[in-house]
Design a protein around this ligand. Sequence first.
Ligand code: IMP
Length: 423
Amino acid sequence: MAVDLLLGLQWGDEGKGKIVDVLTKKYNLISRFQGGPNAGHTLIFDGHKHVLHTIPSGIFHKEAINVVGNGVVIDPVIFNNEIEGLSKFDVDFKKVLLISRKAHLILPTHRLLDAASEKAKGKDKIGSTLKGIGPTYMDKTGRNGMRVGDLELDNWKEIFEKLTQKHLKMIEFYDVELDYDLDDLRTCFFNSVEKLKELTFIDSEEYLHQAIKADKKILAEGAQGSLLDVDFGTYPFVTSSNTTAAGACTGLGVAPNQIGEVYGIFKAYTTRVGSGPFPTELFDEDGATMAKVGHEFGATTGRPRRCGWLDMVALKYACQVNGVTQLNMMKADVLSGFDTLKVCTAYEYKGEVIKHFPYNIEPENVKPIYTELKGWQADLTEMTSKDQFPQELNDYVTFIEQETGIKISIVSVGPDRKQTILM
Ligand code: IMP
């Protein structure tokens, strides 16, 4: 099998970027298959912190090729800022960063439409990152979108203008106040497109097909998390792409029988940014401690993340939908110091006890039922081997492995590359 998948199993921000970075040395090629600059993959090494939004997390490894697949949506302005931010790393972007011609482009007016739609929703807003993700995928499925390959056509500015004019009419429909200067936005977009055109555009499905035939090792890097999947997440409080395993097939053009390992990444507790139901959310000291110790602020928007106990019902659901073969538990260090840890192992759902993830997990329908485990006090951040783990952490790991039926192969005990314990 040539393509392994790495996916988030919760509401995003599980620490996928760190694990891709740790695993990259095993792979020739890292590819993103969905989402766009709504993602914020944080990597910390050599004392520096880097946040990637659209560029795959293999970019810091000299030998790895990074592919932005057809399922990704690209904002040229953000993409170029990201590249400029990496200028000190001496990366030959033209050689190691390849972009699918079939990837869709986020236009400035997609971002305006996102803002208008959220404003019009008022208190029912999704809590979008406002990067234009939803409107761009709407244009894709509505067959109106503009793709990276269009930039190679002589008339790409006409295509841009036609779509922009359509968007401006749609913005009027929302009847909300938006402050913007279209000429500025257009100039900035055009300048960024010229920079983007200096990179290499490819027919990525063919490129990947040839790479598989040549026995290259490929890692597909998911963005967001399974509970934000447009089909299987907490709809409508989701993103607009398939964040689950199937999304890797459509977002790269890779057949299901070519998928090998599926790494499922989850935090030892749960976080969520933006609106939407969250059964194990904490509004007390414990939640505040997780937020503080875990530095739970969105990597893309800086918004505070909501925190709560591990939700096993949701985790098992995500393992099932994705066919997870190995689990990686992140941020175990953040749970040090709690006397008791709670794990939600069932829901009280409309008066019944259920163990599956139902259609609707709004608070009026769902109450978490907890199993309690003993916490640990030791600081894990300096530990370098699982032999140093406190017994209570081993028990927590075993409990999760028994509930999910899947082995935990990595426990992360801090943000740095080095703070990664192989199990
Ligand atoms: P959008 O994809 O930016 O429209 O956001 C839709 C929902 O997904 C909002 O609740 C966002 O906060 C959430 N979201 C989008 N991207 C991420 C991410 O990378 N991490 C965590 N949440 C995300």
